[in-house]
Design a protein around this ligand. Structure first.
Ligand SMILES: Nc1ncnc2c1ncn2[C@@H]1O[C@H](COP(=O)(O)OP(=O)(O)OP(=O)(O)O)[C@@H](O)[C@H]1O
Length: 817
């Protein structure tokens, strides 16, 4: 495998191996560093599959490999961070070159440790800040107050809000006071633990450890501050480190703790090491006035702010010492450093320096996602728009801002890491410069972006659930896209054609790669041409870690890869091997294709065929393994998406139930109102009706009263008389008819009108005419009864005897009438 040439890639890729977990389970070592023959540093590593798996042995090439015993300073030095800083400061004039340093690896492999350090060692971020400030200290602007701030704001291309560090720290510590007094702080604002906030449980535990509210760190017993069992030697070493820290931070004298606010102590507390506490005790006794804070560019406000945070600053680790690393800067320019921080969480960008605000509807603390877009002042390049940026003129300010921003970063405890980053953290240090005699010059400059990526993890190992599982899905997805970009870069490097880097697939890759290319010259001729950024990717790996996860990360990130075919099971002895029982190796710079390089052997043709077949099998099983890994990622993403969906469904159901309840309630209220209205209108209608009828009855009564009584009386009498006469007449007629019926046949009887008795009875009185009409009709009825009734009468018309008998009987029946 060829040595890896430097500076040919968008990202130089380094591999850092972490030392074993203290007290971790003993497991098989899967990574072996190949000691170099030519180059001074190792560049290749072999990934050995566990003995129970029949897999190809793989060899990966990196720019350089850092072994377990190499510390932060080695990493800082060998990744050439000071040369990146030099590119940013642009000592020869001009805008300089942006740089990005990122870490990539499986969860728990040491990414955050590399970038942000731990209790005893600073990380690359702090070391880089230190070197930057050291290098420009002579040329730092005198004050970051207005009008410097205004001119910086005017030149900012990313629609940001610039504030001075003093203002930022004062407002944020006020904010912290508020939050520290609420239980919310314990839940959502984990306290810092050297670069990484502690998990909520740790924060709560540390809060509980404090009797009362906020004990004075100077009087708190060392035991309650940190349960450590350090030897005298360790303490001495720490004390030495602390004193060198003071020197490296430019602090020559200690300060009194009287100015430290109680709330700050809550945040500071987890930082407090035993030595820091005892040192504070001593310094409290000494009560030395802190004149050392009056460094270059310090205003009285700045001094006050720094004094307030001094005990926290002094509790931070100070090593390793980078005072040797001073980078030349542009002597004709004055400088200022602008710090901004954001995180990419679930493919959304959140500002880490803008505290969450309460949503008016839900009253929950929320952060507004920001856009990654081209702006009016940066039409050729996308930038994270709307960040809060803090202007710093002192290294301590920058450190305090960094630590404050880290409090907002999302972390969680998982099965793989107690304090696992759940987002990709971006820490940006823009070094702004302008020529002296600046009135005609605006600010320009470059930036150093330090990225602490979240780690890839397997849900099975991490034992994550719910939102944390969904986060893991998004993390794995974005890391897969990053892996594709890195693979494309290494493939392009291995071949003559230039590969397209598919970096627009997610926010993470967009932000990481967008500055890697020179801006198109034709479109934006009027804008200053920017150099493509320089990138450093530090891949972290645990040599005792999970084989699948590690092999996946190495495959994605390595600049070169070689597959060594395992010995075919059917061939023993020398076949397929070099005669010593070790496998034969085959060079492969690209991915997916295996090229055989074996020299002519004295094997038969059949054996050669078999060997080629074995190679092909190895290649295919390798591909299968890769695909399996991708399936794993996809299925984890699917599980996460399903979990999301389920929780969204639950929320929908809850919302629906709430809306239904609300609707039902509203319906009932409206129904009650409508019923009341209806009853009222019914009542009114009823009353109106009653009134109406009363009025009618009144009118009737009145009309009846007004009619003449006499006239009515006469008419009634005449009516009664007529009726009496009629009754008389009818009786008479009845008698006559009865008599007639008794004496003679009805057929011979004269019609009533022609009979004398009838006419006498009627009296020929004209007044009885209407009554006679009724009598006539009665007679007609009787006549009809007499001649036409009965079916038998018509059935036999030719038998008069029968008819007579029938008629007689009929008339008898009618007697009762
Ligand atoms: N090189 C190292 N030297 C000493 N300790 C280390 C080293 N690398 C990692 N550690 C320790 O291992 C633990 C896990 O490391 P760290 O939190 O940096 O992992 P990570 O890769 O950032 O994990 P995640 O992706 O889950 O955030 C920490 O306690 C850290 O101090």
């Amino acid at each position: 495998m060829d040595p890896i040439p430097r500076s040919q890639h968008l990202f130089e890729v380094f591999l850092r191996l972490r030392p074993p977990h203290p007290g971790g389970a003993q497991s098989e070592r899967i990574l072996d560093v190949e000691q170099p023959e030519v180059s001074p540093h190792p560049t290749h590593i072999t990934l050995n599959p566990p003995p129970d798996r029949r897999k190809a042995v793989e060899k990966f090439g990196f720019t350089q490999i850092f072994e377990e015993d190499e510390d932060q300073l080695d990493v800082f030095h060998c990744t050439d961070t000071s040369s990146l800083i030099e590119g940013i400061l642009a000592p020869e004039g001009g805008d300089g070159t942006d740089a990005v340093i990122a870490t990539l690896g499986v969860t728990g492999s040491g990414k955050t440790h590399t970038i942000l350090g731990n209790r005893h060692q600073r990380g690359i971020a702090q070391l880089a800040i230190d070197v930057i400030f050291r290098s420009i200290s002579e040329n730092m602007v005198e004050s970051a107050q207005s009008p410097t701030l205004d001119s910086l704001q005017a030149c900012d291309a990313s629609e940001s809000t610039l504030v001075t560090a003093t203002h930022f720290l004062d407002t944020m510590s006020g904010d912290s006071i508020q939050r520290s007094t609420t239980p919310m702080m314990v839940r959502t604002q984990p306290a810092l633990l050297f670069g990484k906030p502690t998990t909520p449980s740790k924060a709560a535990a540390s809060a509980q450890q404090m009797p009362g509210s906020f004990p004075d760190s100077a009087t708190a017993s060392p035991k309650s501050v940190e349960p450590v069992s350090e030897t005298e030697e360790t303490l001495q070493r720490k004390a030495q480190q602390d004193s060198s820290a003071q020197q490296s931070l430019g602090i020559t004298k200690s300060i009194t703790i009287a100015n430290v606010s109680p709330s700050k102590r809550v945040l500071d507390r987890p930082f407090m090491s035993l030595t820091a506490t005892s040192r504070l005790k001593t310094t409290a006794k000494q009560d030395i006035k802190n004149e050392s804070f009056g460094s270059i560019g310090s205003s009285s406000g700045q001094r006050r702010t720094l004094r307030r945070h001094s005990n926290f600053l002094m509790s931070l680790p100070s090593g390793p010492d980078v005072s040797d690393f001073v980078v030349p800067c542009d002597p004709a320019a004055e400088y200022v450093v602008v710090v901004s921080m954001y995180e990419v969480h679930n493919d959304r960008i959140y500002d880490l320096l803008t505290p969450a605000s309460k949503s008016p509807s839900t009253k929950e603390l929320r952060r507004r996602p920001l856009l990654f877009k081209p702006t009016e002042h940066s039409p050729d390049r996308k930038v994270v728009a709307g960040l809060r940026k803090v202007v710093c003129t002192d290294v301590r300010e920058a450190i305090l801002v960094l630590e404050t921003g880290l409090q907002e970063r999302r972390v969680a405890s998982t099965g793989s890491n107690n304090v696992s980053s759940r987002s990709h953290g971006f820490f940006c240090f823009e070094v702004k410069k302008r020529s002296y005699g600046w009135r005609n010059n605006s600010w320009s400059g470059s930036k150093l972006t330090i990225v602490d990526l979240a780690g890839s993890e397997r849900a099975r190992d991490a034992k994550t659930q719910g939102a944390t599982l969904a986060e893991a899905g998004k993390i794995n997805e974005s890391l897969m896209y990053l892996g594709q970009c890195l693979q494309a870069q290494s493939e392009a490097n291995g071949s003559s054609k230039s590969n397209v880097i598919p970096y627009r697939q997610c926010k993470l890759t967009e932000i990481l790669f967008t500055n890697s290319f020179a801006s198109a010259p034709t479109t934006y001729n009027h804008l200053p041409k920017r150099n493509p950024q320089r990138g450093v990717m530090i891949v972290t790996a645990d040599p005792l870690g999970d084989f699948n996860a590690t092999s996946q990360i190495l495959r994605y990130s390595a600049l070169a890869r070689e597959v060594t075919v395992p010995r075919a099971p059917s061939f023993s002895g020398g076949m397929g091997s070099n005669g010593h029982g070790t496998p034969r190796s085959f060079g492969n710079n690209g991915f997916g294709s295996v090229r055989s390089h074996f020299s002519p052997v004295s094997a038969t043709e059949e054996r050669v065929t078999m060997e080629i077949a074995a190679l092909e099998i190895a290649r295919m099983s390798d591909e299968i393994e890769q695909l399996r890994g991708e399936i794993d990622i996809q299925s984890e993403a699917r599980i996460a998406a399903e979990a999301h969906l389920l929780s969204a469904e639950d929320r929908m159901i809850d919302i629906e139930a709430a809306i239904r309840e609300e609707c039902a309630l509203e319906f009932e209220q409206r129904l009650a109102i409508e019923l009341a209205r209806f009853k009222a209108s019914m009542q009114i209608e009823k009353e109106r009706h009653e009134e109406h009828w009363d009025r009618k009855v009144d009118i009737l009564e009145r009309s009846l009263d007004s009619a003449t009584f006499d006239e009515g009386f006469d008419k009634e009498n005449i009516l009664v008389e007529n009726l009496t006469q009629e009754v008389e007449r009818l009786r008479r007629e009845n008698t006559i008819l009865k008599r007639e019926m008794g004496s003679r046949s009805p057929s011979k009887r004269k019609p009533l009108e022609e009979r004398e008795d009838y006419s006498m009875a009627s009296g020929g009185d004209s007044t009885l005419k209407p009554k006679s009409d009724s009598v006539l009709s009665l007679n007609r009825k009787l006549e009809r009864l007499k001649v036409g009734d009965g079916p038998r009468l018509h059935a036999n018309p030719g038998s008069p005897k029968k008819v007579r008998r029938l008629v007689a009987r009929r008339w008898e029946d009618s007697d009762g009438l």
